[in-house]
Design a protein around this ligand. Structure first.
Ligand SMILES: Cc1cc2nc3c(=O)[nH]c(=O)nc-3n(C[C@H](O)[C@H](O)[C@H](O)COP(=O)(O)OP(=O)(O)OC[C@H]3O[C@@H](n4cnc5c(N)ncnc54)[C@H](O)[C@@H]3O)c2cc1C
Length: 484
C-alpha cells in the first residue's frame, strides 16, 4: 500500500476550514492537517454562549444571495438553522453631531435609488442633496474605458456625488464594512458594478433609468451586498455564525485540526513535496505534505513563502491588513434613551469620533438576550484609527460607554462587557488590487500542488471566503488526481 496522500491547510479561519471540508469530500483517503496558530479556529466567526445569552464577538451575518455560505450550510445539514434578521427596524443610521439620523431611503452604498428619499433625508444639506442628484450630469472620467482602469472610492464618490455625500454617507458606510481608508480603497476591487455603470452609461443614475445590463445584475447586487451593506439580505444561524464553524469541525475526521500550532517555515523538497515547520504544544517539528493550501492573511503567506518564491512573496506583501476591535456591552433596556429603531449606525470620519460603527445586536437578531436586556456592539480601529485597537480592555469599554452615552443616551454601568480584537483580519483592497491579485494568483498557480485562499484576495465576506477555500481545494485535488 502506498502511503496516503498528505495535504496541509495553513490557517483555520473560515477559508481554511472550507478548503479542508472540500478536500475531505474530494479526496477522502487523503490525510488532512489544518494548522491554526490561535487556540481556536474560525477567526472572526466567534459566537459566545454566556449565561443563556448568545453574543457574536466578530462577524454576525452572511448573505443568502451568494451561494457559498448557504450551499455549505446545506452540505453540513444545518440549512434549517438559518434565521433572518428582524423585519422591524431594518435600516442603518448615521451619526451627525450628537444625533443619529436614518440614511436616505433607497441609498445603497453609492447610488441614490430614490429622489424623494434623498430630498427627505436630514443627513445632507440642501446643497449636498442637489449635488448628489446632479450625478447624471457629471462627465465620464478620462480613461475609464480602459479595462484596467481603477480609482479610489473617495475619488469616484466625490467626483460623482459631491464631497458632502461622500463624507456623510459613502465614507462611513464603507468604513463600516472594510474598516478602510476610502482614499486608498479600490473601486474596481470592491464595487466594480459602479465603475461599469459609469463606463457604459456615463452615470450611476442613468444606468438605473435605462434599466440596462449596466445596472447591477442580481449576482452583482448580491456580491455587492455581501461585500457590503450590513443591513439587507443578511442571515445568521440559530446558534450564531459559530455554528457554521462547529459544524465544519464536526464534519472533518478527528485529529484533522491542530490549534495552537503555528507554521513557522515552508520549504519545497527536491521531490516537489512541501515541508512545514510547525511549532505546537509538543514543540517544533517538521511535517511533510504532497499539497498545500495557504489560507492565512496575505502578509503571513508572504513571510512563509519568502524562500519558496520571492516574486510571489513580494506581491503578497503588498496587501496590507488592518486590525479592529469589537466591544460588546450588555445593558438593561431602561439604561438607554434611544429608541434603537435601526440595526445600528455608522460614523463619518469627519465627525472626529472614536467609533467606526455601532450595532444594536439584540435588535438585529431578537431573542438572543432577554427582552429587557440590550446587546450593543462598538467597532473601533481599522485603517483610519489603528492606535485604538490595542488600547487596554478597560479603556475600550470606557470608550464605548462614552460614545454610546453621547449618541444613545446610555447611562450607568453595563451589566456585562467584552472586548474582541481582530488583528490582521481586514485586508485593504487598495487601488490596483484586482491586477495585483490576478498576477499573484497566476504566479501561485505555477507552484505544484499549491493554492492560496483567504479574504485577502477576492472578497472579504464569509461566502466569498468559503468560495475561495473551496476553489483552492478543487485546484489542489485536481493536481493530486492528475499525479496519481
Ligand atoms: C469584526 C469583523 C466583523 C465581520 N463581520 C462580517 C459579517 O457580518 N459578515 C461577513 O460576511 N463578513 C464579516 N467579516 C469578514 C469575515 O468575517 C472575514 O473576512 C473572514 O472571516 C476571514 O476568514 P479567513 O479564513 O480568510 O481569515 P481569518 O479568519 O483571518 O483566518 C486566517 C487564520 O490564519 C491563522 N494563521 C495566520 N498565520 C498562521 C500561521 N503561520 N500558522 C497557522 N495559522 C496561521 C490566523 O490565526 C487566522 O485564524 C467581519 C470581519 C471582522 C474582523
Amino acid at each position: 500500500m502506498p502511503p496516503p496522500v498528505r495535504v496541509a491547510v495553513v490557517g483555520g479561519g473560515i477559508s481554511g476550514l472550507a478548503a479542508a471540508h472540500r478536500l475531505h469530500a474530494l479526496f477522502p483517503t487523503a490525510e488532512l492537517r489544518v494548522y491554526e496558530r490561535r487556540e481556536r479556529v474560525g477567526g472572526p466567526l466567534d459566537t459566545l454562549h454566556q449565561d443563556g445569552w448568545l453574543i457574536e464577538r466578530g462577524a454576525d451575518s452572511f448573505t443568502t444571495k451568494l451561494p457559498g455560505a448557504v450551499q455549505l450550510c446545506r452540505e453540513l445539514g444545518i440549512a434549517e438553522e438559518i434565521i433572518g434578521t428582524n423585519e422591524q427596524h431594518r435600516r442603518a443610521l448615521v451619526a451627525r453631531g450628537p444625533r443619529l439620523q436614518p440614511t436616505p431611503a433607497g441609498f445603497v452604498l453609492m447610488r441614490a435609488n430614490s429622489v424623494a428619499g434623498v430630498l427627505r433625508s436630514p443627513v445632507l444639506s440642501l446643497r449636498g442633496k442637489l449635488r448628489l442628484l446632479a450625478e447624471p450630469f457629471v462627465r465620464r472620467a478620462a480613461g475609464i474605458e480602459q479595462p484596467q482602469y481603477d480609482e479610489s472610492v473617495a475619488s469616484f464618490a466625490t467626483r460623482r456625488l459631491g464631497r458632502e455625500a461622500f463624507e456623510r454617507l459613502v465614507q462611513p458606510l464603507l468604513a463600516g464594512i472594510y474598516v478602510a481608508d476610502a482614499e486608498r480603497l479600490s473601486l474596481a476591487g470592491t464595487m466594480p458594478e459602479f465603475l461599469q455603470a459609469e463606463r457604459e452609461h456615463g452615470s450611476l443614475t442613468r444606468s438605473l433609468w435605462r434599466g440596462s445590463q449596466a445596472a447591477p445584475s442580481p449576482q452583482q447586487q448580491a456580491e455587492n451586498m455581501s461585500r457590503g451593506a450590513r443591513y439587507g439580505v443578511f442571515v445568521s444561524l440559530r446558534g450564531g455564525v459559530g455554528q457554521l464553524v462547529q459544524s465544519l469541525l464536526d464534519a472533518l475526521p478527528v485529529g484533522t485540526v491542530e490549534t495552537g500550532a503555528e507554521v513557522q517555515q515552508v520549504a519545497r523538497t527536491d521531490e516537489g513535496r512541501w515541508t512545514l515547520t510547525v511549532a505546537g504544544a509538543a514543540g517544533t517539528r517538521a511535517e511533510h505534505f504532497d499539497a498545500l493550501v495557504m489560507a492565512t492573511p496575505a502578509p503571513r503567506a508572504a513571510a512563509l513563502l519568502a524562500d519558496v518564491d520571492t516574486e510571489l512573496a513580494g506581491r503578497l506583501a503588498r496587501i496590507r491588513c488592518a486590525s479592529s476591535a469589537v466591544i460588546g456591552l450588555v445593558c438593561r433596556r431602561e439604561q438607554i434613551e434611544h429608541p434603537l429603531d435601526g440595526f445600528g449606525f455608522v460614523v463619518p470620519a469627519i465627525e472626529g469620533r472614536d467609533l467606526v460603527a455601532g450595532s444594536f445586536a439584540s435588535v438585529k437578531y431578537p431573542g438572543r438576550v432577554p427582552d429587557d436586556i440590550v446587546h450593543l456592539r462598538a467597532f473601533v480601529g481599522g485603517a483610519l484609527r489603528p492606535e485604538l485597537t490595542d488600547l487596554p480592555d478597560a479603556e475600550l469599554v470606557q470608550l464605548a460607554r462614552r460614545e454610546f452615552g453621547e449618541l444613545l443616551g446610555l447611562r450607568g454601568e453595563p451589566v456585562w462587557s467584552d472586548v474582541a480584537r481582530w488583528h490582521e483580519s481586514m485586508p485593504q483592497y487598495d487601488v490596483g488590487h484586482v491586477p495585483l491579485v490576478d498576477g499573484l494568483m497566476a504566479r501561485a498557480a505555477q507552484l505544484p500542488r499549491f493554492a492560496l485562499a483567504g479574504n485577502s484576495y477576492r472578497g472579504v465576506g464569509i461566502p466569498q471566503c468559503i468560495a475561495g477555500g473551496r476553489n483552492a481545494a478543487e485546484s489542489v485535488a485536481a493536481q493530486l488526481n492528475d499525479r496519481q
